[in-house]
Ligand binder design. Structure first.
Ligand code: F6R
Length: 610
């Protein structure tokens, strides 16, 4: 989703801005631009409808020089992805502005501003903000005051970077509901949507809070809270290296991330278990006493993270015997729900910035839950700062838009949570030790599954010319099938749906023919025989089956049935493991189709608008 970079420095800031945009590409975008105040106090701007590399080329042809600038990658919400709608937006050659978020009252402001004589050059919701700042500057020469006046008029979510040609060494940043971080340099400051953008120039960051406005010059930073009081926000030192976004020889980030799962899982387990026991304090200091009281769990998340929640619900009810409800965050936040006493609210998010998940958590905090927990991959994200308890998945930055290692490490975090709760609900020490052992065996087992890559690449050839695919699973493997279908559709653009295998004959069977590949996850559990019957229903209709099955499940490859046999594994760990071949399948189908795997069309890595 939209990315912001800004800088106030003695050096020419364009290279920093362009590199920052490049590093934000993973968030997803369709146009890009930058504006720099040159040494004659003139605003210069370059925008492109397309990629940052094209912006770089245009910049190379006519470089923008100056020490103050802002830049942006736009993911279209209001108005098509075209040049006029690309940011920065400029009002009367005076004020330039970049924005991430959605201004909900833009129509009303636009009408008023048109009546006051402002001309609009874009269809965006953002343009009203730049005009509002310009208008406010007619009553005060001070950009900070003009921004204060402006944001009082705005409804919605925003992260803003604003510059003004009358004050060439000043940048004002503001945050409400959309992420914004300040990079602290030596005699220079930067702003960005996340720390990755700025890692080449600093390791020191200040995370703005909702309602904050930052007044930034080369050698001074003043932050105001929503009441316009000066506040101190602490500086965090990032441990990430600038080269964290390296593909390490892999063709795509997604492939690198799939293959880094053994390590990501191992990292996510470090210090989380000790001597066969789960260390509850890894969820927060009060976690142990909270877990003792848990009588129910409510999970809210989006997309892949939602699928992780669905799997965890099976574990919670079976292992911890605690009822669990899983909700799509965008639904939960707008519906009235009943909260059972002593319910723990769990939000799951790779980025920690997903607007709907964050709003669900904010709602939960006001709704009388026992406590709130965030399972997240990004320390210092909005979600982790909002939740009372936090479990960080140590998957490392995930750059490919399609979530892979974040998902499997979320499952590891969720399994640890289930065991930590189950301990207070009758789980014996021996059972706990056995689960810990299973968890510790995961990296090696994932590694074994990755060795199937050539088989799956071959299998993928059968899918590349298909328009639809069906994924089947039962029990905790239904969400695995859902995740496999989501991966396939988002990166290969093949329409894929997941069904509970038992639902097949209630409708979707009508779709099955030799043009519809059917993928099924078939671990050797109590539902295997039922699943086998469902698969026969597919075979009888000429459907081609692709089965990921346990070696012991006694299903063999035959005409129209391709079986990939997986080593026996404990049923609780199996959802984590069966996900791996499905990720590889989606990846190789997308490779054959020549799709833009790391940045699939229309999608964003960090969905900061609802
Ligand atoms: C799919 C995918 C998305 C995200 C969803 C939530 O591969 O990555 O479905 O899972 O947008 O994002 P987070 O986890 O950052 O809240």
């Amino acid at each position: 989703m939209c990315g912001i970079v800004g800088a106030v420095a003695q050096r020419d800031v364009s290279p920093v801005l362009l590199e920052g945009l490049k590093r934000l590409e993973y968030r997803g975008y369709d146009s890009a631009g930058l504006a720099v105040l040159n040494h004659d106090k003139q605003l210069q701007r370059i925008r492109v409808q397309g990629k940052v590399n094209e912006l770089k080329q245009e910049h190379q042809a006519s470089p923008l020089k100056g020490g103050t600038g802002i830049a942006h990658t736009r993911w279209a919400t209001h108005g098509k992805p075209n040049l006029n709608n690309a940011h920065p937006h400029i009002c009367r050659d005076t004020v330039a502005l970049v924005h991430n978020g959605i201004i909900e009252n833009h129509e009303q402001l636009r009408t008023e501003q048109i009546a006051s004589g402002f001309e609009f050059t874009s269809e965006t919701d953002t343009e009203v903000v730049v005009h509002a700042v310009y208008e406010a500057l007619q009553s005060t020469p001070d950009l900070l005051q003009a921004v204060f006046t402006t944001i009082k008029q705005l409804k919605g979510a925003y992260a803003l970077g604003v510059i003004n040609n009358a004050e060439p060494d000043r940048l004002i940043a503001a945050r409400e509901g959309s992420p914004l971080v300040i990079g602290v340099g030596i005699g220079e400051y930067f702003i960005a949507s996340d720390v990755f953008a700025l890692l080449p120039v600093t390791q020191r960051f200040i995370f703005l809070e909702d309602g904050d406005v930052a007044d930034i010059t080369r050698d001074k930073l003043t932050i105001y809270d929503s009441n316009q009081n000066i506040v101190e926000r602490s500086i965090s030192v990032s441990e990430l290296n600038a080269d964290v976004a390296d593909k390490a020889g892999y063709r795509h980030y997604m492939l690198k991330e799939i293959f880094s799962q053994p390590n990501a899982i191992a990292e996510s387990l470090v210090n989380r278990t000790n001597d066969g026991q789960v260390v509850s304090n890894e969820f927060g200091q009060d976690a142990e006493s909270i877990f003792q009281q848990v009588k129910a769990v409510k999970i809210a998340a989006c997309g892949t993270s939602y699928h992780a929640g669905l799997i965890a619900a099976h574990w919670l009810e079976e292992i911890a015997q605690v009822p669990c409800q899983v909700e799509i965050a965008s639904e939960y936040r707008y519906r009235k729900s009943v909260i059972v006493d002593n319910t723990l609210f769990v939000s799951i998010s790779q980025s920690g910035e997903t607007a709907d998940t964050l709003a669900a958590l904010q709602l939960a905090k006001k709704s009388g839950f026992l406590s709130t927990l965030a399972i997240c991959n990004v320390a210092e994200s909005s979600l982790t700062r909002e939740a009372e308890l936090v479990f960080l998945t140590h998957a490392g930055p995930e750059i490919g838009v399609a979530s892979t290692k974040a998902f499997t490490t979320q499952l590891v975090g969720l399994f640890l949570l289930v065991v930590a709760i189950a301990k207070h609900n009758g789980l014996s020490n021996e059972e706990e030790a056995s689960f810990v052992k299973q968890l510790e065996s995961l990296p090696g087992r994932v590694n074994q599954l990755l060795q199937f890559k050539d088989d799956i690449e071959t299998m993928a050839k059968d899918f590349a010319d298909k328009h639809h695919a069906l994924f089947l699973g039962r029990g905790s493997f239904l969400p695995v099938a859902m995740e496999g279908a989501l991966k396939l559709k988002e990166i290969s653009y093949i329409h894929a749906e997941a069904y509970a295998a038992g639902e097949l004959k209630h409708g979707p069977l009508a779709l099955v023919d030799d043009d519809m590949p059917v993928v099924a996850v078939a671990p050797n559990n109590h539902l295997l025989e039922k699943l086998k019957s469902n698969l026969q229903e597919v075979q009888a209709r000429g459907g081609k089956l692709y089965l990921f099955a346990d070696k012991a499940s006694e299903v063999e490859s035959t005409e129209g049935v391709y079986v990939l046999k997986i080593n026996a594994v404990c049923d609780f760990m199996a959802p984590i493991l069966y996900t791996i071949p499905l990720q590889l399948l989606a990846y190789y189908v997308a490779v054959i189709k020549g799709a833009d795997i790391d940045q699939p069309r229309n999608l964003a890595k960090s969905v900061t608008v609802e």
